[in-house]
Design a protein around this ligand. Structure first.
Ligand SMILES: O=C(O)CCC(=O)C(=O)O
Ligand SMILES: [Fe+2]
Length: 199
């Protein structure tokens, strides 16, 4: 006799929590304006012996001494927290219970700006970091998948917060793929821990 498999179509359990309305529209709009004025940099990345521009703008704010190196080639030194960013950090800590010492900004100017499949495993964040990712502006597709599994799509809304829980970076990969659709500029802020000694 054929049996109905109740589990086949169920959504995968992911080590993330998505808060679509973390910020109200007014708050999200004014934060977006604040973030446009941050100190954005065009960094260069070295992949397979070639140096190329990172396909997005970046910035790093955080505690003194919390330097960040990724892909063994992009070195970011934190600028001191703005009041807006530190109060946002505190409200994310109040919601999630996770503590953060840096925030990396990504600015996706067009649909051609992107971030490929990766996990955030830089050792400066410690072994099992919780990462909280706030999205502003144009809505882009964010994909997450188990290291050998199928992706799940999230459409990260203006003012939304996606929390990647401890363990997520060891078991899953994520990306924001390029798109040929016309999309407005998107700003993403990823709040992260850091192991540097406090000074
Ligand atoms: O822009 C996003 O939503 C993701 C950014 C990201 O994965 C990263 O900065 O490591
Ligand atoms: Fe990431």
């Amino acid at each position: 006799m054929q049996q109905l498999n109740l589990f086949q179509e169920s959504a995968p359990v992911l080590p993330v929590t998505y808060y679509p309305d973390f910020l109200g529209i007014e708050q999200a709009n004014s934060l977006y304006q604040h973030c446009l004025k941050l100190e954005w940099q065009q960094n260069q990345i070295r992949i397979a012996g070639k140096t190329m521009p990172v396909p997005r703008l970046e910035c790093l704010y955080g505690d003194k001494g919390c330097d960040y190196l990724y892909s063994n080639s992009v070195f970011l030194k934190p600028i001191c927290w703005t009041d807006t960013l530190s109060s946002l950090r505190d409200s994310i800590t109040a919601l999630t219970g996770y503590k953060f010492r840096i925030v990396i900004g990504n600015q996706y100017r067009t649909g051609q700006d992107s971030i490929g499949w990766h996990a955030d495993t830089d050792s400066s964040m410690g072994l099992s970091p919780a990462i909280a990712s706030l999205s502003l502006g144009g809505v882009r597709k964010f994909q997450i998948k188990p290291r050998n599994g199928k992706p799940t799509d999230f459409w990260l809304e203006h003012g939304s917060l996606l929390v990647m829980h401890p363990g997520c970076q060891s078991t899953h990969l994520h990306q924001v793929p390029k798109t040929n659709k016309v999309v407005s500029t998107r700003i993403n802020l990823t709040f992260r821990p850091h192991t540097a000694k406090s000074r």
